[in-house]
Design a protein around this ligand. Structure first.
Ligand SMILES: C[S@@+](CC[C@H](N)C(=O)[O-])C[C@H]1O[C@@H](n2cnc3c(N)ncnc32)[C@H](O)[C@@H]1O
Length: 290
């Protein structure tokens, strides 16, 4: 399946090199070595930045023995943050080659290439041979993938016995009109937006046992509303740093997203589930987190 032809209709994915404008602002040249903390304000393409990643590290108990697969790794922010904080080994798969190349180069500059392996590919097609992971994690990615039955089957098979699946993903909160569906597809490349409860029942149907879930809708509504206000309040500074074209494009993206959470159409889920052993009738519910 080739999503890369029109996923760029989502404006967040244009001008990804803009991160170097921000780095220049803090006095870093494109050839400098970097620290993960230099990047964290700019390389997290989900909500609540590294606070959201800290929650996953805690809930999964990630440590230096953990082997993690990060799906839709973007420019590598979450993967670098986890590797740097815990010493875990991360395989980070990203569909878009420009983002993946940038991710790889930032990871090198942070001296983390021995911990984070960046792969460019589609999670549905990529052949991991016999590699297995202790946990599959993913932020704000899986709503781009239409068929979750196939996706979840693949993830199930990529996990070690009693491995974990952790995600933050977009949901819908009311029935969307045809026009809204079209607009969502164009502006955020939204392809899979079940209701919260359906998201969980899909997981359970695919061999996962839910351990924890949280409805993120009000939190993300607030976050995306504040993001619009903040971005506008720094408009002059942003134009100076990035130029008008980049600012207009990001502004349009932030406004669209803010509107669709605030009008009650879109919402969110954060959840943790465990791979059940389907070969025996009951799963081992005492298995430890990583
Ligand atoms: C909103 S970004 C989030 C990036 C990253 N998870 C983060 O939080 O910073 C979602 C990413 O998922 C990638 N993606 C979408 N479909 C994918 C697929 N089928 N396989 C791998 N990556 C995919 C997109 O290219 C995009 O970079």
């Amino acid at each position: 399946m080739n999503h890369s032809l029109n996923i760029k209709s989502m404006k967040l994915y244009n001008n990804v090199e803009r991160i170097f404008n921000e780095l220049r602002e803090i006095g870093k040249s494109t050839s400098d070595n970097l620290m993960v903390k230099d990047l964290s304000k700019f390389d997290q393409f989900h909500y609540h930045g590294t606070d959201a990643i800290d929650i996953s590290i805690k809930k999964l108990g990630i440590n230096d023995k953990s082997k993690i697969l990060d799906i839709g790794s973007g420019i590598g922010g979450p993967a670098r943050y986890i590797a740097n904080k815990t010493g875990a080994k991360i395989t980070a798969i990203e569909l878009q080659s420009d983002q993946n190349q940038l991710a790889n180069s930032l990871t090198k500059k942070c001296g983390l290439s021995n911990k984070v392996n960046h792969i460019c590919g589609d999670i549905l097609d990529y052949d991991f041979k016999n590699e297995k992971f202790d946990a599959v994690v993913s932020w704000l990615t899986l709503y781009h993938i239409p068929n979750h039955e196939i996706l979840l089957k693949k993830l199930y098979n990529l996990l070690n016995p009693h491995g974990f699946f952790y995600t933050e993903d977009i949901t819908s909160r009311i029935e969307l009109s045809d026009d809204e569906v079209k607009e969502i597809e164009k502006e955020i490349y939204g392809k899979h937006l079940p209701y919260f409860n359906k998201y969980i029942s899909n997981l359970e149907k695919s061999g996962f046992q839910l351990i924890y879930s949280e409805d993120m809708s009000s939190s993300w509504t607030e976050f995306t509303k504040d993001r619009v206000i903040q971005f506008n309040s720094e408009k002059e500074r942003n134009i100076r740093v990035h130029g008008k074209e980049v600012v207009d494009s990001l502004n349009s993206f932030y406004n669209f997203v803010g509107k669709y959470y605030s009008n009650g159409r879109l919402g969110g889920i954060r959840c943790l589930a465990k791979k059940k052993d389907l070969s025996t009738s009951s799963s081992n519910s005492n298995s430890k987190l990583i």
